[in-house]
Design a protein. Structure first.
Length: 193
């Protein structure tokens, strides 16, 4: 059975695929999902429940965080709002509300999926349902093999973005916004499962 249009538009759904050797998690933010997910709502819901019950395989310090989230999310423009959010949640941020917001609030669920072995993506343009761009938020610094029944396809050159993030250090010059994102939905739709 397929997801309804209402579900797609109104839910921040977690969806999962394996693009060998990478296990991918993505949060839809009320946007499009790949056809293999859209047409199999029961399987995706069951897989989501199974994954949420998995134990952590990695410590938090073994997780990479995208160093360009400030630019991707345009957080410099929202510093006052972020300070208000952190104050409302009683989260101490000393002098850097943006970094505190990224680590303690925004990345929280993505880090959880990365600790379970997933490369965790978020939808980039949340106000545009049809925009298929996602950005990598968090990932395990080591690969693992999970025993999960999930949509799987063969290796893909386009996922070199993962290698770029894994090999990136903080000294790299910031890239343009387009370089941060990947058309993940379109990419998955063009694969054979």
């Amino acid at each position: 059975m397929a997801y309804s249009e209402n579900e797609l538009l109104n839910k921040d759904m977690d969806w999962f695929v394996k693009i060998s050797p990478y296990y991918i998690h993505a949060a839809s933010a009320g946007g499009m999902v790949p056809t293999v997910i859209y047409e199999n709502d029961k399987k995706n819901k069951l897989l989501t429940q199974t994954i949420k019950r998995l134990p952590f395989l990695f410590k938090e310090e073994e997780i990479g965080i995208n160093p360009f989230l400030r630019q991707i999310l345009h957080l410099e423009e929202q510093q006052k709002e972020l300070s208000f959010i952190l104050d409302s949640c009683n989260i101490s941020y000393e002098n850097n509300p943006i970094d505190t917001y990224i680590k303690r609030i925004y990345c929280y669920s993505f880090i959880k999926f990365a600790r379970k072995g997933f490369f965790s993506f978020d939808k980039t343009n949340i106000n545009n349902f049809e925009d298929a761009k996602y950005h990598l938020v968090a990932w395990p610094c080591k690969t693992t093999d999970l025993e999960l029944s999930m949509p799987t396809c063969s290796p893909l050159k386009e996922l070199d973005i993962i290698k770029i993030y894994r090999e990136t250090n903080k000294e790299i010059e910031p890239l343009k916004r387009e370089k941060y994102t990947i058309e993940l939905v379109n990419l998955v739709n063009n694969l054979s499962f």
